[in-house]
Ligand binder design. Structure first.
Ligand SMILES: Cc1ncc(COP(=O)(O)O)c(C=O)c1O
Length: 409
């Protein structure tokens, strides 16, 4: 047994979070390293979803809405501490892309300016949405270099920029931005700051309140394990609620939802950013995911995540002679919970890994991401993935595999 494998076994034995793996349905022997895309299934989520269907929907029918109606803000309050927000500032609703549209449109309009800044490596949906908003406002989307530093951003900020929107942990590189520093810089230029927390929530510390962040959005189906298509979340700092005009004026955002009045009137609190009926079955998954994460504690999760990524990076470093480049920052405080490598044959290598039971994902044109979900990923799995990667590279088994992409990668 080599020294890294032995270290991994020891780390699993002393892992304070080890028992959380038993809280998930794991009936396979896959090395699942794609929890940064879709988390595994918590056993409690299966049970809670069954309860919602069998005990609530089946028996209560429409009367269930008496307790389902405010799920978005009730569960938002449960999420708030995980992102450093206060009660009444977070809602679970819609998808991340839609939440981004609502908050970015409202904030650009409130700024009275026309341009938005993001970075070229930001998630495509974010870039598309932001570009359409800036264009509709008569302005443009300005693209910073991938994973920009505060200094690089500063060079792009002028009086026309009303909003800066970045991912806190970048979906491609896994690089983690300095939330406090960038928010301060953006405010110094009179613009608002919107963070995409899709790859942060449940895996790294987020202090929206301390950063004085204005706005945030994110997904629940990644490290929160809420299930495929589970709704996203949004955060709006309390003092901004009444200053922002939500562009999708649905009945869930109305001050008197059941008044059925002729005109829309915004609710005075975070509910004004809601639109329509929440997906109650999926909401059960969100609530369980938040509860599990809260119970494990973000300090312990972050510590383990950093150790998992460090172990993988240490093993992957020795693969540079096979054309592997580690894209993710090597400094632990500068990265989130996934590690990205670059290789000219990345798609074929990702396919070869899947064939060997290791599930990472491929991001065009040449990246493979390995996501380490601290609630259930083990150190032994981490080293096993690196070892299988080494074998594939040494034997070049990927050479014979098709180089053309099909379906979900
Ligand atoms: C960083 C980031 N932002 C936004 C999204 C889009 O989320 P949704 O499809 O739920 O709108 C994703 C999806 O993976 C993402 O990774």
């Amino acid at each position: 047994m080599d020294s890294l494998t032995k270290r991994a076994i020891d780390l699993d034995l002393s892992d304070p979070l080890a028992s959380y793996r038993d809280r998930f349905i794991i009936e396979d022997d896959l090395v699942y390293l794609d929890g940064n895309s879709l988390g595994r299934v918590p056993i409690d989520a299966m049970e809670r979803i069954r309860d919602v269907v069998e005990d609530q929907w089946a028996h209560e029918l429409v009367l269930g809405w008496d307790h389902w109606l405010h799920s978005g803000t009730r569960i938002g309050d449960l999420l708030a501490p995980l992102i450093g927000a206060s009660k009444g500032e977070v809602a679970i609703c819609d998808q991340t892309s839609i939440n981004l549209f609502k908050l970015a449109s409202a904030s650009l309009e409130a700024s009275g300016r026309t341009n938005i800044v993001t970075d070229v490596g930001n998630f495509p949906s974010d870039r598309y949405v932001l570009e359409s908003i800036a264009t509709a406002a008569g302005g443009r989307l300005i693209l910073a270099a991938e994973d920009p530093t505060a200094r690089e951003l500063a060079a792009l900020l002028d009086d026309d920029v009303g909003l800066v929107s970045l991912s806190h942990v970048a979906y491609r590189s896994g690089a983690m931005a300095d939330g406090a520093e960038i928010t301060k810089l953006v405010h110094g230029h009179g613009a608002l700051m919107l963070w995409d927390l899709a790859h942060s929530v449940g895996s790294v510390h987020v202090h929206l309140g301390e950063w004085e962040a204005d706005l945030a959005v994110g997904c629940t189906y990644k490290y929160l394990n809420a299930g495929p298509g589970a709704p996203g979340f949004l955060y709006v700092r309390r003092d901004l609620h009444e200053k922002l005009e939500q562009p999708i004026t649905g009945w869930f955002g109305h001050a008197d939802q059941f008044g059925f009045t002729e005109k829309w009137e915004a609710a005075r609190d975070v509910r004004r950013f809601l639109v329509g009926t929440p997906p109650i079955v999926s909401m059960a998954g969100v609530e369980v995911g938040i509860a599990l994460t809260t119970e494990a504690g973000i300090d312990a999760l972050r510590t383990k995540s950093t150790m998992l990524t460090a172990l993988f990076i240490e093993a992957a470093k020795s693969l540079s002679s096979h054309g592997i480049e580690i894209v993710t920052p090597l400094g632990p405080s500068q990265r989130g919970s996934h590690v990205t490598i670059r290789h000219d044959s990345a798609f074929q290598i990702a396919t070869a890994l899947r064939k060997r039971g290791v599930i990472p994902d491929f991001r065009a044109p040449d990246l493979i991401r390995f996501g380490f979900a601290p609630l259930y990923t083990t150190f032994a799995e981490t080293i096993r993935a690196a070892e299988i990667l080494r074998e594939i590279l040494e034997l070049r088994t990927y050479d014979a595999l098709p180089a053309t992409r099909k379906g979900v990668t």
